[in-house]
Design a protein. Structure first.
Lengths: 815, 142
């Protein structure tokens, strides 16, 4: 879910400077991930990214109130590190092995779980996480959340025997993730924990890792992720374009070598810009081969020339001949005159019928021939003659039909034979054969026709078969050389179509990317400036007399070229800093970088826990470290774990306000903590040290009064913070309230009654428990400006000490 | 060598010891410089007490350094003097295994002592002006 504030910033910048060649939906989709970008490219609408992320409320700022650890690392029985949940410096001191790091590691694992950093540690370490003396493991931290009466309790527990990874996290009494209270992202961007281990390795990282670590603070991660998303999409598009373009040269060469006319079409399509992919597609699907006048079409026509079936030809010829033979046979003898004869006989029978009883032949005059017998015999003969005549007629008709049928067999020369142009196969023999075949002899003589058909038909069949075969072969030959090219083209074509679509999209994506990069760089530089300044300030406090001076600190570049640029000089000579710094200096720089990062106003973590910074540091830097930590502690709760006594000493002697807690560890991993020093304690101790000096001149007594006043102020300030927190007031209110009182009594009134205006009630209230209150407060109120302490200054300090205790509200039970 | 109780001169001498190594000072210079600087602090404080709280110089070193911030009206400088005093005291009580102060710890101490000397002198001048008389050291200045 993109950060809503960032999105609206981006949207506003878009309003002011829209990018040419791209669209707002594309830019905004980049924040919602790859799928969204691809969706916009496919033409889906942007999906209202600007309004989408319901700005989830930023998590409440928190201070750290306690870390309780049981059965983890060096801590066996339950031990609690209690902290004052307010800005200020706390030093947790103890010898090596006293369990300090166990607390910080516990907090780390509580908040970060078994994260990457954890996994980097050696397996031995990871195996030794459970305390040997205590099987049950629980880590719990209490946070004072801004404006809440009740502390927020985060705990992680492990079942007995469970692995490091197998813990249950509960937040505010419910099983849920830290993500659910909005901590996951800030924990990554503003890590509030810095171990000695990290301090030492922080600057060993590559410049791009350093960039990432710092860029995280700027809250521009989403912007960078959006750029990365676009970049990823663009690289994929470009890859698609290249994938289609790469084989083209080789393809062109093969096409140029190919004699196939399709090759020419495809070549032309490939040479046009953009590629004419549709033409290539048509060529491949064979549609283009159907073009008029194309050789391929002609060849395929020739290969498909109509064939005269040999059986049909033979049947026709046989039919013709049979029909003709039948006619000839029937015509032999009288056959041809049967009709004529029949007519004569019929006529004779008629004549005879009319000349009743005559038996002489009227033609030859022979007597006694035209008898009844003759009459009967002639009648039969007449019938038979008629039948013969009929048979002959039928045979003739059949012969005519056979001739007509045979003529039908002879078709005109088909067009493919007569087309002009050379199809690459000999057409002439077939054409000639066909022409001869078509030249039917005149006169309707069946025998001649049959002979024509027989002879020319066989020739035609042979010639056409030959032509068809050679056309087929030619087609096949061409196909054999084209096929591999076509296969290549078939697989290439979809990639090319994708590439075409991709190529059209690249400019828009690139424009969106450029726009986002500019927006990012601008915001980055703007947001980084104050951080760079804070780093500078820390460095100048920490560096002491290091001869390295830190120049420009910049985040530069993008994506794979992003880096943290650390310019500076050594003894006035410009130098690449990371190369020349000592380990101690590197650690100082790492700490200089860490503090501003963890102190970002956007971070909900108002605390930082730094484990053993001195160990990694040049001893002479301790004074600077103390100063830098105290500076950071002005508006942050700074908890520093250290085994080195120089840091608490420097803090103490420099009079930097700090609470010092001592950790001691006994046999059986029993860890005990006690407060050694606090700002109140410090002032009381110093006041006593001066007050007890023999021969203290009267002029110096005001020093005692000054320390006493500071002790009362410190006690009151802490009491005000505690009271207001219990009332559920916000830190900002506490700070504002603490700004207001102008006199000591008003501050005390604020501490005692939560009301600065009740200063008149302060003395009566305190005098109930401490009879010397009135006089003591009067002197302290004047403080170092000349409060003259009558009597024993040490006794005076004792009274002040008891007053500071009266101010502190009772600690809540438990915890 | 300047007058023994002149804090400026003592700081300058300490710096020289730290800077110029001779055979005589080889290995010894950190402790020698520490000693000189502590004397400078004592001398400067003595002058301060003379102007503000006569008698304070007879109290313990810890008591004196704690009073610097208040009586000079500069708590920051008071803190630096206290820290320097403690570092130097550690170095002066020679213990075999205790490492001598580092060059930069000494540098911090020189600065604290010098600044205290300056501040003390400024205060003494003001006091003397109020009494209509310049203190002896300032007389020789142009
Ligand atoms: N699983 C464990 N069981 C018992 N003791 C352990 C275990 N892990 C570490 N220790 C011991 O606990 C001690 C505390 O370690 P650590 O918290 O790192 O102390 P510190 O940071 O104060 O030096 C070390 O002496 C270590 O040997
Ligand atoms: Mg440790």
């Amino acid at each position: 879910m993109p950060d809503a504030a960032l999105l609206s910033l981006v949207a506003a910048r878009w309003e002011a400077h829209p990018a040419t060649g791209t669209s707002a939906p594309l830019v905004l989709a980049a924040f919602r991930g790859r799928e969204a970008v691809l969706g916009v490219l496919e033409g889906e609408d942007g999906g209202g990214a600007t309004t989408e992320p319901a700005a989830s409320r930023a998590p409440d700022p928190v201070h750290l109130a306690a870390i309780t650890v049981e059965g983890f690392r060096g801590i066996g029985e339950r031990a609690t590190l209690r902290l004052h949940p307010a800005p200020g410096l706390t030093l947790v001191v103890g010898r090596n092995g006293s369990g300090k790091s166990s607390f910080s590691e516990a907090l780390e694992i509580l908040l970060l779980g078994t994260n990457r950093r954890w996994d980097r540690r050696s397996p031995v370490w990871r195996d030794g996480w459970r305390n040997l003396h205590h099987r049950h493991t629980v880590i719990e931290a209490r946070f004072a959340a801004d404006g809440r009466r009740e502390p927020l309790v985060v705990s992680r527990r492990w079942d007995d025997g469970a692995g490091l990874q197998e813990s249950t996290l509960s937040v505010g009494g419910r099983q849920r993730s830290l993500e659910s209270i909005g901590w996951a992202q800030p924990l990554a961007s503003y890590p509030p924990l810095l171990s000695h281990h990290e301090l030492e390795s922080a600057l060993d990282d590559t410049p791009s890792h350093l960039y990432d670590a710092l860029a995280g603070i700027l809250g521009l991660g989403d912007l960078r992720a959006a750029q990365e998303t676009l970049r990823g999409v663009r690289l994929d598009l470009e890859r698609a374009v290249r994938a289609a373009g790469d084989p083209v040269d080789a393809l062109v060469r093969r096409l140029e070598d190919s004699a196939d006319e399709r090759a020419a079409t495809v070549l032309a399509a490939l040479r046009s810009r953009p590629w004419d992919l549709d033409a290539i597609g048509e060529t491949l699907s064979g549609e283009a081969a159907a073009d008029e006048g194309s050789t391929l079409r002609r060849l395929s026509d020739l290969a498909a020339l109509p064939v005269l079936a040999r059986e049909e030809l033979e049947a026709t010829v046989r039919g013709l001949r049979d029909a003709d033979r039948l006619v000839t046979e029937l015509q032999r003898g009288e056959g041809a005159r049967a009709d004529e004869l029949a007519d004569l006989l019929e006529r004779a029978l008629e004549v005879h019928a009319h000349a009743a009883g005559q038996t002489a032949c009227p033609v030859c005059g022979t007597e006694g021939v035209l008898t009844y017998a003759w009459r009967r015999h002639t009648g039969e003969r007449l019938r038979s003659l008629r039948e013969d005549a009929e048979a002959l007629r039928a045979a003739r008709a059949r012969r005519e039909a056979a001739i007509a049928g045979a003529t039908l067999l002879v078709t005109a020369v088909p067009a493919p034979l007569t087309e002009s142009g050379d199809p690459g196969v000999p057409v002439e023999p077939a054409l000639q054969a066909w022409r001869r075949w078509s030249a039917i002899p005149e006169g309707g003589d069946a025998q001649r026709l049959a002979a024509h058909l027989q002879e020319r038909g066989q020739q035609l069949i042979a010639a056409v078969a030959e032509l068809r075969r050679s056309a087929r072969e030619e087609l096949d030959r061409r196909q054999r050389t084209w096929r591999p090219i076509a296969d290549t083209l078939v697989t290439w074509l979809p990639a090319a179509r994708d590439a075409r679509a991709a190529a059209e999209r690249v400019p828009a994506v690139r424009a969106a990317e450029t726009w986002l990069r500019d927006a990012h760089d601008e915001l980055r530089d703007e947001r980084f400036r104050p951080i760079a300044e804070a780093v500078q300030a820390n460095w100048s406090a920490l560096r002491q007399d290091s001869n390295v001076s830190l120049g420009v600190l910049r985040l530069a570049g993008a994506s794979t070229r992003r880096q943290l640029v650390l310019d500076g000089s050594v003894d006035g000579e410009a130098a690449p800093l990371l190369g020349v710094m000592s380990q101690g200096e590197l650690n100082c720089l790492a700490l200089s970088l860490f503090l501003p990062r963890a102190s970002q106003p956007e971070s909900p973590f108002r605390f930082v826990v730094i484990d053993d910074p001195v160990q990694a540091m040049d001893p002479s830097k301790v004074e600077g470290l103390a100063t830098a930590l105290a500076a950071a502690a002005r508006d942050r709760q700074v908890v520093v774990l250290t085994h080195d006594t120089r840091l608490p000493e420097a803090v103490r002697f420099l009079r930097l306000p700090a609470t010092v807690i001592e950790v001691a560890r006994r046999e059986g991993s029993i860890v005990e903590l006690r407060e050694l020093d606090s700002p109140v304690r410090r002032h009381i101790d110093d006041a006593l040290a001066v007050a007890r000096s023999d021969g203290l001149p009267p002029e110096a007594r005001r020093v005692v009064a000054g320390f006493c006043r500071m002790a009362l102020e410190a006690a009151a300030t802490r009491a005000v913070a505690q009271r207001m927190r219990r009332e559920g007031r916000r830190f900002a209110d506490v700070e504002a309230e603490l700004e207001r009182p102008t006199t000591l009594l008003m501050l005390l009134a604020l501490a005692l009654f939560g009301d600065a205006s009740r200063s008149a009630d302060v003395v009566p209230r305190l005098a109930r428990d401490e009879p010397g209150a009135a006089e003591t407060l009067r002197i302290c109120n004047r403080g170092a400006h000349g409060g003259a302490i009558p009597g024993d200054p040490a006794a005076f300090v004792r009274v002040v000490e008891s007053l500071t205790r009266l101010l502190a509200p009772p600690e809540p039970a438990g915890g | 060598m300047a007058e023994e109780s002149d804090p400026h001169a003592l700081v300058a001498a300490a710096r020289d010891v730290a800077r110029i190594e001779t055979e005589a000072t080889a290995g010894l210079w950190p402790r020698a410089a520490a000693l000189l600087t502590r004397q400078a602090l004592e001398a400067a404080m003595a002058r301060l007490w003379a102007a503000t709280a006569p008698g304070l110089e007879r109290t313990s070193g810890r008591c004196q350094v704690l009073c610097v911030g208040t009586l000079l009206g500069d708590p920051d400088l008071g803190g630096r003097v206290t820290l320097a005093w403690n570092v130097l005291s550690e170095a002066c009580h020679h213990r075999v295994y205790r490492l001598p102060p580092t060059a930069s710890e000494l540098e911090r101490a020189f600065e604290a002592a010098w600044d205290l000397a300056e501040a003390t002198e400024a205060l003494a001048c003001e006091a003397a002006e109020r009494r209509g008389r310049l203190p002896p050291r300032a007389e020789g200045l142009p």
